[in-house]
Design a protein around this ligand. Structure first.
Ligand code: SAM
Length: 281
């Protein structure tokens, strides 16, 4: 009989957040696949658990996935853990889950922390509809295109970001979402310096003129309000198609993405915008 892959959520800062089931599972499995074995060994030592470990991360997931699959097929039970929080959420695991599904391996979660959900519930913004956007790409074109695709969304948006990129990301967000858009910057969840800052993107940028971002952050962005949607939708309505495309190019989009964006705003085919833009040149 095949073994089971247990997707085990680890604490995101406070070790007391582990569940009894998490500890039982780690004691029960034959092997623990960890994003970084040096991080996981500290957790195991804290709870006095001795288990064989193997690494499973972004750079070895193709061959390690096959190895883990072969052990599961032999009947071994395996726990997958990441450095913090829930595996497969902006962490390795998604590919292993797919591989297990394709091969008929049973997978089950051992639930625990997800930074995004805890930041959302602290934000004070609507929790009825939200989307998790993870990390923005480091590729300028992709991150701008990502933000542009969200600028008119009326539901709450949740992003992860590293502290050294935070200011840059807030500045990009201000450009696409507007300086007055409200955000909650949720820092160091479950740790001693846990903090929630609720302000506008402009106020956030002013704050970081004076202090350097430190620790781990989740950025929760309030969805665009109905009033903002109505007033801001008019920004391009009086522009020619070419001027509309040019506005996006000024914001840093490639001409291809600018045409796509203008087509999406106007709800017309890209070809229509392309022809008009190139005829005008
Ligand atoms: N799998 C994790 C989860 O379930 O939330 C997320 C891992 S992702 C690689 C790491 C990012 O999660 C960080 O850059 C930060 O945005 C967020 N994060 C993790 N721990 C956090 C904490 N204690 N406080 C605030 N944000 C945290």
């Amino acid at each position: 009989m095949y073994g089971t892959l247990y997707l085990c959520a680890t604490p995101i800062g406070n070790l007391s957040d582990v569940s009894a089931r998490f500890l039982e599972t780690l004691k029960y499995v034959d092997l623990i696949a960890a994003e970084d074995t040096r991080v996981t060994i500290k957790l195991l030592n804290h709870f006095n658990i001795k288990k064989p470990l193997t690494s499973y991360h972004e750079h070895n997931k193709a061959e390690k996935g096959e190895y883990i699959l072969s052990l599961l097929k032999e009947g071994k039970n395996i726990a997958l853990v990441s450095d913090a929080g829930t595996p497969a959420i902006s962490d390795p695991g998604e590919d292993l889950v797919k591989l297990c599904i394709e091969n008929g391996i049973n997978i089950t979660p051992i639930p625990g922390c997800v930074a995004a959900v805890n930041a959302l519930i602290l934000s004070g913004f609507s929790t009825k509809r939200f989307s998790f956007e993870g990390f923005l790409s480091v590729n300028k074109r992709h991150r701008r295109e990502h933000l542009r695709s969200l600028e008119n969304d009326t539901h709450t948006l949740i992003f992860y970001e590293a502290p050294h990129k935070l200011i840059h990301t807030l500045a990009d967000m201000a450009e696409f979402f507007g300086k007055d858009r409200k955000i909650a910057l949720v820092r160091e969840l479950t740790k001693i310096h846990e903090e929630v800052m609720r302000f506008t993107l402009d106020e956030a940028l002013n704050k970081f003129d004076e202090v350097k971002p430190r620790g781990e952050y989740v950025i929760v962005v309030e969805g665009k309000s109905k009033e903002q949607t109505q007033s801001q939708q008019q920004w391009w309505e009086n522009l020619t198609i070419s001027a509309h495309v040019e506005e996006y190019i000024k914001k840093g989009l490639s001409s291809k993405d600018a045409i796509k964006a203008a087509a999406s705003d106007r709800n017309v085919q890209k070809r229509e915008i392309y022809n008009e833009y190139h005829n005008d040149k």
